[in-house]
Design a protein around this ligand. Structure first.
Ligand SMILES: [Zn+2]
Length: 113
């Protein structure tokens, strides 16, 4: 069972914290830490030391993880940050669906045939 309700490539809305109201795409899910990295959210500057001749030093911007409970999935159908439910379809597939509009978002576990 997945502990994090969002997945890589999901579009999410940030609920709380410094970045509340921002939206972005999930770049990475850190399931064990219950954290996610969202594109353009919680960017931190990292100082990078030059290493050898090929790597230039300088400041690079990189997104730091935020708590997955702070983000909500944006439903592709109704375009709203929505609560996600899990259900089984008639064919046995387990899917994620939007609790706002009821649309199926994607399949989590395809029914074995
Ligand atoms: Zn929806």
């Amino acid at each position: 069972m997945s502990k994090v309700h969002v997945k890589k490539e999901d579009n999410v809305f940030v609920l709380t914290g410094k970045f509340a109201g921002k939206t972005g795409k999930v770049l990475k899910v850190l399931a064990d830490d219950h954290r996610v990295i969202v594109e353009g959210v919680n960017e931190v500057a990292k100082h990078k030391k030059p290493r050898g001749r090929s790597t230039q030093g300088g400041i690079i911007h990189q997104e730091a993880p935020i708590a997955s409970s702070n983000v909500m999935l944006i439903c592709a159908s109704c375009k709203r940050p929505s609560k996600i439910g899990h259900k089984f379809l008639a064919n046995g597939d387990k899917v994620r669906y939007c609790k706002s509009c009821g649309e199926v978002i994607d399949t989590i576990i395809a029914a074995s045939k």
